[in-house]
Write a protein that binds this ligand. Sequence first.
Ligand code: ADP
Ligand code: MG
Length: 143
Amino acid sequence: MAGNITLTMVKPVAYSKNTSGKILARITEAGFWLVAARTMQLSLVQAKKFYAVHKDRPFFNDLVEFMSSGPILVAMLEKENAVEDYRLLIGKTNPAEAADGTIRHDFGTNLQANAVHGSDSDENAIIECDFFFSKSERFYRPG
Ligand code: ADP
Ligand code: MG
């Protein structure tokens, strides 16, 4: 199991542009299985907890306000080498630097509103999936 899951969020601006469906299609076409998903709005408290690792960064307050500013789509994904492969699919943090054809290049607006989140390690993927989804909400790839 470890190494096979990652967590993504379609962030508020991308969600408000109604691109969640196109982004999910990119994800499943790249071979990721949708284990769990929901739409929701994070509270400021939840956003601060989720991004606690960044609490000392200068962009922290703006980030948590942005992430709690509107609805998001959050999803747990399964694939071999999920964390690394998903980071490749989404591209660099800044959409302006992300390669053509990556999700952040194609759907991102700016460095903050960069369309999607992606876990950065297997350890954090487990923590982040546990943050959003109980075991009974997870439906793994059949077979
Ligand atoms: P990533 O999402 O690529 O893992 P980080 O974990 O470093 O990037 O940052 C978390 C999120 O914080 C980014 O996705 C982006 O929305 C925002 N962010 C990162 N760096 C900056 C910055 N210098 N200014 C504003 N927002 C930033
Ligand atoms: Mg990160």
